[in-house]
Design a protein around this ligand. Structure first.
Ligand code: G3P
Ligand code: MG
Length: 234
């Protein structure tokens, strides 16, 4: 299965509503996006800790209120045709994904010291908005503290331990968090570790895979899903 990375970041500006529409239009069933907090505590869908790369704003997201962030242009950097595209709130993204019938992987990306606040706000909102009948969001994070909050807030929602490389203590951490999967950087993956993780009853999902040949190899190893910026058929 292919999971659209930041919506479908190769074809539309990452983590914007257009990016989620592009994923649905290309037939993807699931998308990944990143959640962080504005200064005034609104969960926003945005990857970097600073605004410069993907908007016409400056400075850390955590030092801007949602009203300021909402007015920024998050599309022009990608291509002129996307000028005026906005940074969406988590609420907007969850509502759109439901409308489009997309499954979601909510990656919690907290600023240092805001781990519990970020996960708490994101989970509270998602629990309120996400219909029981739909497949539950997969919650992932590089930060164990976020997954602990998620486990308490939504024990039945699947959690995934996110890391570049499989951590040495992955078994203990996964057990403690009752994690269903590991999300790992494909560049450091090998067949053996994939098999070991699967033998523990967990799935492996790999990011960010934009090469169909690499995708085929990962699938042969048993990798369950691939995060990709592009739709491709492998
Ligand atoms: O969740 C998978 C992947 O998105 C993790 O890395 O930096 O793209 O958020 P990053
Ligand atoms: Mg991410």
């Amino acid at each position: 299965m292919l999971i659209g990375h930041r919506g479908l970041a190769g074809l539309a500006p990452e983590n914007t509503l257009e990016s989620f529409r592009a994923a649905a239009a290309h037939g993807l069933a699931m998308v990944e996006f990143d959640v962080r907090l504005s200064r005034d505590g609104v969960p926003v869908v945005f990857h970097d800790d600073a605004l410069e790369r993907t908007t016409d704003g400056t400075g850390p997201v955590a030092e801007r209120d949602w009203a300021e962030i909402a007015g920024l242009d998050a599309g022009s950097w990608f291509a002129p045709t996307f000028a005026g595209e906005r940074v969406p709130s988590l609420e907007q993204v969850l509502r759109l994904c439901r409308e489009l019938g997309l499954m979601v992987n909510m990656e919690i990306k907290p600023d240092a010291g805001r781990e519990a606040d970020t996960a708490g706000a994101a989970l509270a909102l998602a629990l309120r908005l996400w219909p029981d009948a739909a497949p539950p969001p997969v919650i992932s994070s590089f930060e164990t503290a976020c997954l602990e909050v998620s486990r308490r807030a939504a024990p039945a929602w699947p959690r995934a331990l996110l890391a570049e490389r499989r951590p040495a203590d992955w078994r203990e951490r996964a057990r403690r968090l009752d994690a269903a999967a590991l999300h790992l950087d494909h560049r450091f993956l090998e067949a053996g570790p994939v098999a070991e993780i699967m033998a523990e009853g967990m799935a492996v999902r790999a990011y960010t895979v934009n090469d169909p040949l690499r995708a085929r190899l990962l699938r042969n190893w048993g990798v369950a899903a691939l995060f990709s910026d592009y739709p491709h058929s492998s």
